[in-house]
Design a protein around this ligand. Structure first.
Ligand SMILES: [Zn+2]
Length: 170
């Protein structure tokens, strides 16, 4: 297994919708293991394939960050199929390090995906889990959490990031 470099805001690969995985072959299995190791090393609670430069529709989520094995979800070709309610909490992203901002998200989300054995699954998530599911599927569609911000909040965070990029510290 290997820890892969995480792409940051400004990298084009984060803005391209990822491709559906048609075959979960040995190469994909190895890549999934690398994604899990990269997420834990960061550390983070979720990672999308395009965050490590691979434009495939795969995400990993683990709210326990490796502490409880049953909380690791490998999601191939995930789609959000139902949303309920609303929550207003702080959110961050491994591709936008050291920035957090309040993002409005659904309180509950239902996701359909294939597990790493190719079995179709459906899962309801609530609270932070719903947030992670929406955040990672956004990534796979070429989105980032800052896209959900508006007005001054958005201007402020983008200005700070651009400053960092310019100074070579990004
Ligand atoms: Zn993210």
């Amino acid at each position: 297994m290997a820890v892969l470099p995480i792409r940051k805001f400004g990298d084009d690969v984060l803005r391209v919708p990822t491709e559906i995985v048609s075959d979960i072959d040995a190469g994909v299995q190895k890549f999934i293991d690398d994604m899990i190791e990269t997420m834990y090393a960061a550390p983070g609670i979720g990672l999308a394939a395009n965050q490590v430069g691979v434009s495939k529709r795969i995400a990993v989520i683990d709210l326990s960050v490796g502490k409880r094995p049953d909380e690791l979800h490998v999601c191939v070709n995930p789609e959000i199929i139902e949303l309920e309610g609303q929550q207003n909490e702080s959110e961050g992203c491994l591709s936008i390090p050291d920035f957090t901002e309040t993002v409005v998200r659904p309180l509950r989300a239902k996701m359909r995906y294939l597990d790493r054995n190719g079995r179709q699954r459906e899962m309801w998530g609530e609270g932070l889990m719903a947030r992670a599911m929406c955040h990672e599927t956004d990534h796979l569609n070429g989105g980032l959490f800052v896209d959900h911000l508006r007005g001054l909040k958005k201007d402020r965070i983008l200005k700070k990031i651009q400053k960092l990029v310019k100074s070579g510290m990004w």
